[in-house]
Design a protein around this ligand. Sequence first.
Ligand code: CP3
Length: 345
Amino acid sequence: MTEQKTILRALNGETLPVPPIWMMRQAGRYLPEYRATREKAGDFLSLCYNPELAAEVTLQPIRRYGFDAAILFADILLVPQALGLDLWFVTGEGPRLSTATTAAEVAALKSVEDIHETLSPVYETVRILSGALPSETTLIGFAGAPWTVATYMIAGRGTPDQAPAHALMQEDRATFEALLDRVTEATIVYLSAQIDAGAEVVKIFDSWAGSLTGADFDKYAVEPARRITAALKARYPHIPVIGFPRGAGEAYVGFAKTTGVDCVALDQGVDPDWAAAHVQVDGCVQGNLAPEHMVTGGQALVDATHAVVKAFSKGPHIFNLGHGITPDADPDNVQLMIDTVRAGK
Ligand code: CP3
């Protein structure tokens, strides 16, 4: 009876007495069991491509905390790798990629049908999880949004302001748009394969949406999300889609309507009471406790958790952080957050 899973009920627009909970980066370095499995795998990418171990780290936070959803363990940068770019992670610094910034380099990317060669272990992870999760736990698949993924493919690394991507947009818009287009098509194919393997919900992470403004936000954050959602809905009308245009600010208003997503994930930069009035009026929202509370804990965590739960209590809400939990978080603070949410108002 999948319809009774709390996350799916909230995504269907139901207001629940206690919001279901999961947490971005819930499988991660703040957990000793994650660090042990990552060690066993060798490195982060080997962990992503090892279905047994990737399924194991996905399950760890479910066993420890009983979250209402599990998110597939993988990374948004596997798609650029599947399109033919080199990808590696530098310890303590983050991702590095070979780049695609010229018309020739974009044209030389692999065709979207060929991404499965690289990504099939991810689908196997989804299949394992689909059979291994408790019956009440929802399995969430994901991909990066085209803009966010493209910022890494253009800069070859994470950048504080996405300047290289903005520069390419200004200097060679045709190449920039060709790149976005290829990533958009690949994302549709990738998320479809995750759904075929057993993902019950998919989430599109646009972590750098906040650096797009005005018409650029509409063209490069809203439009790709709309295209991906429309393509998925045509094939899988009952699979909910969560959009996460992180940092969108006032542009969160109307995002669900214009893109067709079933739920908008809010970062901690928006006030919960404001978001309840202006975003939740259109449907389910997810969020948005500041991840710093998972480091600092105490009464401030309890008060801020209450404030988020209360603000969103009159409509469909999935409790989450506003961004991923950080490696320096204390696992006990996660339990305190969950206990606070589940104890009610
Ligand atoms: O949320 C989850 O638990 C699911 C798995 C997941 C990971 N990355 C695992 C991961 C998801 C959904 C992501 C998304 C992701 N990856 C995003 C978008 C969301 C966001 O956080 O804004 C981005 C921008 C990336 C790219 C990426 N991956 C960066 C910049 C880094 C390095 C930063 C860091 O935290 O070290 C990663 C590595 C990464 N992805 C880790 C994990 C658990 C840490 C890797 C490790 O074990 O060393």
